[in-house]
Design a binder for this molecule. Structure first.
Ligand code: EPU
Length: 348
């Protein structure tokens, strides 16, 4: 098992922040982890799992051993009357999986097209977009215990999915943060396929095109279109997608805010609470397009923080600058609306 030393992580995080892993191992199978754990030094050393690096902020060099997920493979596992069960290696690109399923004629993931990152990272924050979350298509996953090397399987209930949340984001007795590496994910694509078109941006495409019965590829194209029009391409502008979660408030809190800001974008949830658009709140505080140090707020979507430097010219944002900007945004949203925004990415 080759442990690489002082590995640059700049190309391995979509913010393109400059930082190094003091030690890094590329994991192509769960046996690689088991082999690593036979070495007493690495067995006891703290570890972090790195997928596509699209949901992390690096605030310095990384001392724990970085396990870079490179478990590959895409296959149809099973077809029943009710669903197609597809299995993918944790190191596969998520968008690559979405494309592959559509090419095979297995629709169901099209609303989640173009989400950056790997398949193994998808359950960690229960990725979602345009009306579909990973948990809506999830079957089960295999993970390897980073202390014992044991391979285990979790179903959806055991993953504890919530909005951009799962057991893999939590420490403590029930949490699996830094304690397990997801090596394979199985998805269940329901039969017959039903389009999910409730989201305003997709309804707009339906109206404009006059196509009211789009197939999965058309929805895929529309989703790619919407994302390209409002989210920065990490290949061009360093970023980690939405930087904050959309906050949930009570009906009373929402009425208070509406009384002062009638235009606040909000969605009523089934449980009686109300979700607010964090992007709108940040925008309303005047942050859109602003820059602090080398970090900035994206011009077309205030929920996305970006690296103003090219990232490779030594003139890019540090993780500290990104976090300073994030804190300034949190403070101003709190002062105006009484809401503390919660960051979405993990801070390393
Ligand atoms: N808005 C503004 N100003 C802004 C940004 C947004 O007024 O600067 C308003 C929009 O006009 C819209 C509302 O806020 O009415 C919501 O914006 P949008 O549709 O862009 O979605 P979002 O709530 O900001 C969420 C997810 C995205 C996902 C989209 C589509 C979170 C934290 N983000 O964004 O996920 O792609 O919905 O489903 O839930 C991600 O998690 O990294 C991510 C990109």
């Amino acid at each position: 098992m080759l442990v690489e030393k002082n590995v640059s992580l700049q190309g391995m995080n979509t913010f393109r922040i400059v930082a190094k892993a003091q030690s890094l191992v590329r994991v192509a199978s769960h046996q690689d982890v088991q082999e690593l754990l036979q070495n007493p030094h690495w067995r006891d050393w703290p570890k972090r799992v790195l997928g596509g690096g699209s949901n992390i902020v690096l605030t310095g060099d990384v001392e724990p051993l970085v396990l870079k997920s490179e478990v590959m493979g895409l296959r149809l596992l099973e077809e029943t009357d009710k669903a197609l069960i597809v299995e993918a290696g944790g190191g596969e690109s998520w968008h690559g999986l979405v494309r592959w399923t559509l090419q095979q004629g297995y629709p169901g993931l099209e609303n989640m097209a173009l989400i950056p990152g790997t398949v193994g990272a998808a359950p960690v924050q229960n990725i979602g977009a345009y009306g579909v979350e990973l948990q809506d298509r999830f079957h089960s996953l295999d993970a390897v215990d980073l202390q014992t090397g044991e391979l285990f399987t979790l179903d959806a209930a055991q993953c504890g999915f919530g909005y951009r949340d799962s057991v893999f984001k939590h420490t403590g007795r029930m949490g699996l943060k830094d304690r397990a590496m997801i090596v394979r994910v199985r998805l269940s694509l329901p039969k017959p396929w039903k389009p999910v078109l409730g989201y305003a941006d997709l309804e707009r495409h339906m109206e404009q095109s006059g196509n009211h019965a789009p197939d999965a590829w058309t929805i895929y194209d529309w989703v790619c279109d919407v994302r390209r029009s409002k989210l920065p391409d990490p290949e061009v502008v360093g970023n980690a997608g939405s930087f904050f979660k959309n906050p949930t408030v009570t009906e009373e809190q929402c009425q208070d805010i509406i009384a002062r800001d009638p235009k606040v974008v909000h969605y009523r949830l089934d449980n009686g609470s109300v979700k607010l658009a964090a992007g709108w709140l940040i925008d309303a505080c005047g942050w859109k397009g602003k820059t602090m140090g080398h970090a900035g707020v994206y011009e077309k979507q205030a929920l996305v923080l970006v690296n103003r430097g090219s990232g490779y010219d030594g003139n890019g944002a540090t993780g500290g600058e990104v976090m300073t900007l994030a804190k300034a945004i949190q403070t101003s949203v709190y002062e105006r609306f009484g809401i503390m925004l919660e960051p979405e990415p993990m801070v390393w």
